[in-house]
Design a protein around this ligand. Structure first.
Ligand SMILES: [Mg+2]
Length: 205
């Protein structure tokens, strides 16, 4: 048994957690004339429909360029295979678009691992807990039976609001440098930490 091996369903963020798409959010905000340091989608909500449409063209171009250069994060493919071999369902909750997400998962040949993929068009986005609660409803699991795994504070906040356990993946950074660590149930600095938390009996990576 590992700390999270009893959990029935695993919910992943995509960008920065499963996939490195190299999205440069600062450059995206700058090109769109948005304020630095604040999430893009919330800033788009403040714009008029015409301004928003113009910004979404820029956003889509950056996201598709990111999808074209995306790679699987080292170790993620083996974790997905291990969880699949245990018959544990997996889902993705992303603030990325449906088109970019589908293209990324298909291109990297990992789409088949996920039986539910929820993108920003589907409903309220993270940090809102809606997507996690919707996945629990479809899986017929309680929130205590799933875990949200992500690399960003909004992933951890969504889990916190939903009342489910969470793992903050820091991509090698010390947890003191990553926002959200204080609310995360667990912190995984490297992907093999995540592997050992989630996948019992699969002890080599
Ligand atoms: Mg992320």
């Amino acid at each position: 048994m590992t700390a999270l091996s009893h959990l029935r369903g695993i919910i992943f963020d995509m960008d920065g957690t499963i996939v490195d798409s190299g999205l440069d959010f600062s450059a995206m905000r700058q090109e769109m004339g948005l304020r630095p340091g604040l999430p893009i989608l919330e800033q788009l909500d403040e714009l008029s429909p015409a301004e928003r449409a113009a910004m979404e063209v820029i956003l889509h171009r950056h996201e598709m360029a990111g999808a074209d250069r995306a790679t699987i994060i080292d170790g993620a493919d083996r974790l997905l295979a291990a969880l699949a071999s245990q018959g544990r369902p997996m889902a993705i909750v992303t603030r990325n678009s449906t088109a970019t997400t589908a293209y990324t998962l298909d291109r990297l040949k990992i789409a088949h691992y996920f039986d539910i993929v929820i993108c920003r068009e589907d409903g309220p986005h993270k940090p809102d807990p809606w997507a996690i609660l919707e996945i629990c409803r479809r899986w017929q699991f309680s929130v205590e039976e799933v875990v949200m795994v992500g690399d960003f504070e909004l992933d951890i906040l969504a889990a916190h609001h939903a009342g489910c356990p969470s793992v903050l993946f820091t991509e090698g950074k010390p947890q003191s440098q990553v926002a959200g660590a204080e609310l995360a149930t667990h912190v995984a600095q490297h992907f093999d930490d995540l592997y050992h938390l989630l996948a019992p009996g699969q002890d080599s990576i």
